[in-house]
Design a protein around this ligand. Structure first.
Ligand SMILES: Nc1ncnc2c1ncn2[C@@H]1O[C@H](COP(=O)(O)OP(=O)(O)OP(=O)(O)O)[C@@H](O)[C@H]1O
Ligand SMILES: [Mg+2]
Length: 617
């Protein structure tokens, strides 16, 4: 006559995981990190707690009501019985009372389930958003060391574990702790001698369960890790399908993934075998103990030292207590897994971006009609992962408002790195960068980046339509403004010819566009932003000569009223710049106009000779 969940607890005794032992306490305490996320929902927790108390009370009352029903209702020889009619009344009353208790139990249990599930979902949603919001403010350095797959798995798998704990385990733990304490108390009240015996027996039952439980827990962690490995591999390969197929690696990748999945399967099977054994052992032990005590009790009833109702009550309480022990051990196992998950999430939350807005940011001076002034003073920088090689070294450069500066130089010279420093994705180890006279470290990151429009070397297209992809440059822009920017970037014609024009979906990562089309979308996006400082990193490298001429013309129009820095390998693109800077090994090695550099007869002249078939000098 126990609640459905209690009966299932008895059976999960078998499948339960470890009981917390001292060395694991420390990991459980990481769950405290969840408190800030639970705090806003005090009211919901209170309601869940009340429902929990009522349900536990009702559960505990059932065996007592059961005994009253047997002893007073049926009135055997040993029981205290009144006259015949009183007997009938008793039966009616106690059956009614029993049903009343069951009704309370039903309502309270449902209320607890509702409140606690709601809390689980709510808290998980909050944690997901908080972690995501935090992660997307991290500097690129964070993403150099953390795989996106890792972040994703923490956001989904780890939060799901926490959801299980908040959503069910906390209430299971509380309920079963109440049932354990209450049930044990009631057992002592019923029969001290039998209780003493059953406590000893249950202790003997718990030990093997603890042993198996710890093993199951280790194995389940291992199998989760294997599954994560497999999905990380699949994620990377699915993102590179064309390359995989071009190199006909389908079979190899299939086998590699298969092996990884088999690995996960083997680990899971190990866990399942241990758990199977544990199920047999636990059920045998638990029921063996109960049957043994029942046998002792039956003797007591025959000898007249105990009533039949008392024995019935005792058995039910014993089942409750045994069930709660099983459930508690399982909950503790879950809690330990969740503690691991919490730790991983808190790690993400505590990741501190190297690049931060200052506490008291300075404003930029009002935007000048001609664009921004940019000064780099003795800037040296090495990537955190390459402490020995400077990618930019003692670079000093002054760019006037409205100037168009081209940066050329061999691959790996540090050109893109220069842009990364201007956007403050990294801070240089030495030197200073100022925008309109303000050190960029003194600017709010948003102020700084709002002032810069960039067309990156690797264009990024989002899985949205053309309109929205361009509007990414300025969230509030009207459709007309978007179309004007597209026209400027020579993107309007090809977008119009897409099946649904500006509404055409461009595919994940823009797979439905050619490389040059993607670039023109990226240029339109940067132009829409209308920034005082425009950075173009190989922005026209994927365009044919004709489109490049068109975009070039558009860009020249766009360069009016702003400062522009262009990185380009094709010198045709940079000829008309006010100034050309030649970089090599992170340093500026030559500066001048196209004509003066050709005349100089250095690196640039050589490049020009190669590209234009003219002789240097
Ligand atoms: N995130 C990074 N971590 C470590 N080293 C990096 C990183 N990004 C670039 N580098 C290194 O810094 C150097 C300069 O790279 P950068 O991307 O600035 O070259 P680039 O001049 O833009 O070359 P390209 O013309 O090929 O685009 C290279 O040696 C490169 O290997
Ligand atoms: Mg580059």
């Amino acid at each position: 006559m126990t609640t459905p969940s209690t009966t299932s607890n008895t059976s999960t005794t078998s499948s339960s995981t470890a009981i917390a032992l001292k060395p694991q306490k420390s990991s459980l305490s990481t769950l405290k990190g969840l408190l800030p996320f639970l705090a806003p929902y005090k009211r919901e927790f209170l309601l869940a707690g009340i429902a929990l108390l009522v349900a536990a009370g009702a559960t505990l009352a059932i065996p007592y009501a059961f005994r009253q029903m047997i002893d007073l209702g049926f009135g055997n020889a040993g029981a205290v019985v009144a006259a015949g009619s009183k007997n009938i009344q008793n039966v009616d009353f106690y059956f009614l009372a029993l049903f009343g208790v069951a009704s309370i139990l039903a309502i309270a249990t449902a209320a607890r389930f509702y409140m606690v599930s709601l809390l689980g979902e709510r808290v998980t949603a909050d944690i997901r958003s908080a972690v995501y919001r935090h992660v997307i403010t991290q500097s690129p350095q964070f993403f150099e060391t953390t795989q996106t797959g890792e972040v994703l798995s923490r956001l989904t798998a780890d939060t799901t574990l926490i959801q299980a704990v908040v959503g069910t385990s906390i209430s299971m733990a509380l309920r079963n702790a109440l049932l354990f304490v209450g049930g044990l108390g009631m057992l002592f009240v019923t029969s001290v001698k039998l209780t003493a015996i059953i406590v000893v027996l249950l202790a003997a039952v718990v030990l093997p369960i603890v042993f198996f439980g710890r093993r199951v827990r280790k194995l389940s962690r291992a199998s989760q890790d294997r599954i994560a490995d497999a999905s990380a591999m699949a994620g990377e390969i699915l993102n590179a399908m064309p390359t995989v197929q071009a190199f006909t690696h389908e079979a190899i990748e299939g086998r590699r993934f298969g092996a990884s999945v088999e690995d996960a399967f083997d680990t899971a099977m190990q866990r399942i075998r241990t758990r199977t054994l544990m199920t047999v052992v636990a059920i045998l032990l638990v029921f063996g103990a109960i049957v043994f005590v029942l046998w002792l009790g039956a003797h007591a009833v025959i000898q007249g030292t105990m009533s039949g109702g008392e024995l019935g009550q005792f058995i039910l309480y014993a089942v409750l207590v045994a069930g709660s022990i099983g459930a508690l051990s399982e909950v503790l196992g879950e809690a330990q897994r969740a503690a691991g998950a919490t730790e991983r999430l808190l790690e993400l939350l505590s990741a501190h971006s190297q690049v931060q807005s200052p506490a008291q940011p300075q404003p930029l001076p009002p935007r000048a009609a001609v664009g921004s002034a940019l000064v780099l003073k003795d800037v040296s920088f090495h990537y955190p992962s390459r402490p020995l090689t400077e990618s930019v070294s003692q670079l000093t450069l002054e760019i006037e408002p409205g100037e168009t500066v081209a940066v050329v130089g061999p691959s790996g010279a540090g050109k893109t790195t220069l842009f990364q420093l201007l956007l403050r994705f990294y801070d240089p180890q030495q030197g200073q960068i100022t925008l309109d006279g303000v050190d960029i470290k003194q600017l709010d990151l948003q102020t700084l980046r709002d002032a810069i429009g960039i067309v990156p070397q690797d264009t990024v297209i989002f899985s949205a339509n053309a309109l929205e992809n361009i509007r990414y440059g300025r969230a509030g822009a009207s459709d007309d403004e978007v179309i004007a920017a597209a026209k400027m970037a020579a993107a309007h014609e090809f977008i119009e010819q897409l099946p649904e024009g500006y509404q055409s979906f461009l595919g994940e990562r823009g797979v439905r566009l050619s490389g040059g089309q993607r670039q023109r979308i990226a240029i339109a996006r940067a132009l829409l932003k209308n920034p005082p400082l425009l950075l173009l990193d190989e922005a026209t490298s994927a365009l044919d000569a004709e489109s490049e001429r068109l975009v070039q013309k558009a860009l020249e129009a766009a360069m009016i009223g702003r400062t522009t820095v262009i990185i380009a390998h094709r010198l045709a693109t940079v000829q008309r710049a006010d100034r050309i800077i030649v970089m090599e090994d992170g340093q500026i090695v030559e500066t001048g106009t196209h004509a003066s550099l050709v005349a100089l007869g250095g690196i640039y002249a050589n490049l020009a000779a190669l590209q234009f078939h003219t002789l240097p000098g």
